[in-house]
Design a protein around this ligand. Structure first.
Ligand code: MN3
Length: 199
């Protein structure tokens, strides 16, 4: 019952011209595949084998290999689902109302989220999460950490700001990458995750 690398759900070139096909291919087939294999190796023949990824992230991150590779496995699976060739534009559905209520407007949420992503020193992720009380919160984490690890929230939007996510196309221009990334955000998925997290 090993963990398996999930499909993207679209072709490597589907997010062009915003995100380039070569980066998407390497990111999925090398980086995400590597986290998946290393996670399986880390739990093989231990008491962690057979546990869900959510259980591993909530309860077993004192093991560095599980923390880094389990985080990498889960974060990237979410990240692919949060992007679509038909993405971009403004949020829709219940999450749009929640964003307006929490941040004043989508533009203000976008600015705060982008700031969290740009200012994350080194490698990591930025998150929009639903907290335990149902409110929305923006955060960032280093490495492959995520809000499930400290129980601070359930992520509904995430962006990978490791250099491997953007360097081939954008060089050191993380801000340019983020500006392009908003054009592929799959708001239908964000809204579905928001609704699930409310229940
Ligand atoms: Mn990555």
């Amino acid at each position: 019952m090993a963990f398996e690398l999930p499909d993207l759900g679209y072709d490597y070139d589907a997010l062009e011209p915003h995100l380039d096909a070569l980066t998407m291919e390497i990111h999925h087939s090398k980086h995400h595949n590597g986290y998946t294999n290393n996670l399986n190796n880390a739990i093989a023949q231990t008491e962690m084998e057979g546990k869900s990824i959510e259980d591993l992230l909530a309860n077993h991150t004192d093991n560095p290999a599980v923390r880094n590779n389990g985080g990498g496995f889960w974060n990237h699976a979410l990240f692919w689902n949060l992007m679509s060739p038909n993405g971009g534009g403004d949020p829709t559905g219940d999450v749009a109302d929640a964003i307006n209520s929490a941040f004043g407007s989508f533009e203000e949420m976008k600015a705060e989220f982008t700031k969290a992503a740009v200012t994350r020193f080194g490698s990591g992720w930025a998150w929009l999460s639903v907290s335990a009380d149902g409110s929305l919160a923006i955060s960032s984490t280093p490495n492959q950490d995520n809000p499930l690890m400290d129980g601070s929230g359930t992520p509904i939007l995430a962006v990978d700001v490791w250099e491997h996510a953007y360097y081939k196309k954008f060089g050191p221009g993380r801000g340019d990458y983020l500006a392009a990334w908003w054009n592929v955000v799959n708001w239908d998925t964000v809204n579905e995750l928001y609704q699930s997290a409310q229940q």
